[in-house]
Design a protein. Structure first.
Length: 146
């Protein structure tokens, strides 16, 4: 396998399966009875432990003020989004299959921000991007109406 294929496998296929399992675990956890605060704290502890293990394994402790600020901002945004999902599951009896299809349209948000803020527009094929965007939206609408 070349580096591009490994990147797609490690950064695309593996997370797709792991996030899929995590979505189901989120529903199971909320059904078992947990408050949003304790839920997020449990996630935080788990993330800390996994981070410590990766730091030991990878031996890369690179950190500076700029990257630290960005990772904290990312963490806050991710935690609020995760709390919103937990609230939808618990308080409003949301269905994980529908929610996942809708919140994974985040792909479109990331693509637009990547195109604009990170200048990735130089490396894309617009036709394919439009087709992919239409398919993502159609999938979200179909799942939400199921």
């Amino acid at each position: 396998m070349n580096t591009k294929q490994l990147a797609l496998l490690v950064g695309g296929v593996a997370p797709a399966f792991l996030f899929g399992i995590a979505g189901v675990m989120q529903k199971v956890t909320n059904r078992a009875g947990i408050g949003t605060g304790p839920y997020l704290m449990g996630l935080g502890i788990s993330i800390f432990v996994v981070g410590a293990l990766f730091a030991c394994w990878d031996r890369d402790l690179t950190l500076n003020a700029r990257s630290g600020t960005f990772v904290c901002l990312f963490g806050v945004i991710w935690a609020v989004a995760t709390a919103c999902i937990a609230i939808a599951l618990k308080r409003y009896d949301g269905q994980i299959g529908q929610l996942v299809a809708i919140y994974n349209t985040n792909t479109l948000v990331a693509v637009v921000l990547g195109l604009v803020a990170l200048s990735e527009w130089r490396n894309v094929q617009p036709g394919r991007l439009v087709v992919a965007a239409v398919m993502i939206v159609a999938g979200g609408v179909l799942a939400a109406r199921s």
